[in-house]
Design a protein around this ligand. Structure first.
Ligand code: NDP
Length: 369
């Protein structure tokens, strides 16, 4: 593709701004009114808790149905998002910059007494804008952190579905594209099915909401996780049956480890006596789980996620490194994240964590790392 074409495709447009605002408005309304389990978040530093309405799956299914019916009635083109991929990317980027500037300004002006809602201002404007100054900013009763990650995951699925529609329109749908689409669909549906688990993850409990997180949720997740789909629109891959079976096995194994590990920790936090793989759990210092996946490596959930990421790229074959962007990025992110989490846990759990480390020496990859 020539550079001029790419640059002109990257120019934001009013149409993409309207599409983006319509999406956010839908999410804000659906998230506030659709029924869903109200889940208490982890206790904040002042002992209070936020509450999250976990209705993401319903909101997603309703949105996809409405868009599907509108396309069927010829009210909109199902390939509209794929046709405007680059301009939506630049519009979302600009939105992320603007919204985080507003977050910074409103954070500076807020005078919350509660320590968990108090802004943390370092005085370095760039640092504070990048990392954020508020842990749990709210807007009209909406928790913005929970909102943005939900928008990112749904945006990823919408892009994928639109890429699929474009490939059908251009009669170049391949087995590879279908494999990629199905794996991502299952992963995203699973994410929303277990949305309440999100309320205890690092991003929600430890990261402040600044440009880094908003950009990660709104731009990075939907636009870079979908690279494989875009790539398959323009490149042909011949997969053997053995390669397809192997690819499905990587996905299934990755899924079992990822979901199994996250579920074991979640269940353990709710009920420390809940059996793990049919046996009473091994618990260290009455705080840390050391059985099941958590007895194999200290972050088996990251291993599962990495295998899943790999399974999303394998349908693209090995002719280009580009479709491997997501697993490579995730590898770097999770290695870094594990180090930060390790430091946090060592500080929080002290000698109990040291004992856990001794009992479970592997960080992510058993017998390797
Ligand atoms: P975890 O869900 O692993 O949460 C880490 C926290 O769990 C620790 O801080 C500690 O918190 C608790 N913990 C750690 N070890 C134990 C133990 N043995 N027993 C009991 N509690 C323990 O990390 P993340 O929030 O980073 O990740 C959640 C999921 O999201 C992962 O599956 C990850 O792969 C995925 N993810 C995906 C990304 C992507 O881009 N695809 C990006 C980032 C994450 P506490 O203080 O509560 O005890």
């Amino acid at each position: 593709m020539d550079l001029d074409v790419v640059l002109s495709a990257l120019t934001p447009s009013w149409t993409s701004a309207v599409m983006l605002l319509a999406f956010f408005t839908y999410l804000a309304i659906a998230g506030s009114i659709l029924p869903g389990r109200i889940v208490p978040g982890v206790p904040l530093s002042d002992g209070s808790r936020l509450h999250y309405r976990c209705n993401g799956l319903l909101a997603l299914l309703l949105l996809v149905s409405v868009l599907g019916i509108s396309s069927w009635m010829d009210l909109l083109s199902p390939a509209a998002i794929a046709d405007r991929g680059l301009e939506l990317l630049s519009t979302t980027f600009i939105f992320s910059v603007l919204v985080t500037l507003l977050l910074y300004i409103s954070g500076c002006g807020s005078h919350h007494q509660s320590s968990s809602l108090k802004p943390h201002i370092s005085g370095n404007l760039l640092h504070d804008w990048w990392f954020g100054i508020q842990l749990n900013p709210q807007f009209m009763g909406i928790d913005l952190k929970f909102f943005f990650v939900r928008a990112g995951m749904m945006g990823w699925l919408l892009i994928n579905l639109s890429v699929l529609a474009k490939s059908i329109k251009e009669s170049n749908t391949s087995t590879s594209l279908i494999l990629y689409e199905v794996f991502c669909l299952l992963y995203i549906l699973d994410y929303f099915f277990y949305e309440e688990y999100m309320t205890s993850t690092w991003d929600i409990i430890a990261e402040r909401l600044g440009f880094m997180l908003v950009f990660g949720d709104l731009v990075w997740i939907p636009f870079t996780f979908s690279i494989q789909g875009w790539w398959l629109l323009y490149n042909e891959v011949d997969l053997t049956s053995a390669a397809i079976v192997a690819n499905c096995l990587v996905f299934l194994f990755g899924y079992c480890v990822f979901r199994g590990a996250n579920k074991q920790k979640h269940d353990f936090k709710k009920n420390p006596k809940a059996p793990i793989w049919g046996k009473p759990p091994k618990v260290i210092g009455q705080k840390l789980l050391a059985s099941g996946y958590w007895g194999i490596a200290r972050h088996c959930n990251y291993l599962g996620d990495l295998l899943l990421a790999l399974s999303f790229s394998l349908p693209c074959g090995i002719s280009s490194p580009l479709p491997y962007f997501y697993p490579i990025y995730l590898f770097i992110l999770l290695i870094w994240r594990e180090r930060r989490d390790e430091a946090r846990c060592a500080q929080k759990y002290k000698e109990v964590w040291a004992e856990y480390r001794k009992l479970v020496p592997w960080r992510i990859f058993p017998y390797i790392y």
